[in-house]
Design a protein around this ligand. Structure first.
Ligand code: 5GP
Length: 113
């Protein structure tokens, strides 16, 4: 997988507003937020997208969501929030390094565009 901007952020070669780091993931604020809180939770493992996930990555996906829950609490998103993984062109994915969006701070609409 070619180095993406997210890999550069993980490696400390590109700047980002990092809100959480552990041995399995890094979380930072989205450059173009769509809501008052918009954070990307990115596994250190360079998996291009959800469709490339191996069965043994199931725990990792779970971990990303546990981190999302903790960050949502820290951000004070008491009334709810949305987590999203865009997959592939039709899913609206633009950066080919798996990431979980944590979006909150306003009322979400459904269905998404
Ligand atoms: P996707 O469309 O792949 O699901 O989401 C990619 C997200 O990455 C977008 O919300 C976009 O605003 C964000 N993004 C793209 N480049 C950068 C960057 O260099 N820094 C940060 N912080 N976010 C980025």
């Amino acid at each position: 997988m070619a180095d993406t901007i997210f890999q550069k952020i993980i490696d400390g070669e590109a700047e980002a507003d990092i809100v959480h780091e552990d041995d399995r993931c890094v979380a930072f604020r989205d450059r173009n937020p769509v809501a008052p809180t918009h954070i990307l939770i990115v596994p250190r493992k360079p998996i291009p997208g959800l469709d490339d996930l191996a069965d043994e990555d199931a725990d990792l996906i779970g971990h990303l969501h546990v981190v999302a829950r903790d960050i949502a609490r820290e951000e004070g998103l008491r009334d709810g929030y949305r987590t999203v993984i865009n997959t592939g062109d039709d899913g609206g994915q633009t950066v080919w390094h798996l990431h979980l969006h944590l979006i909150g701070g306003r009322r979400m609409e459904w269905p998404p565009g």
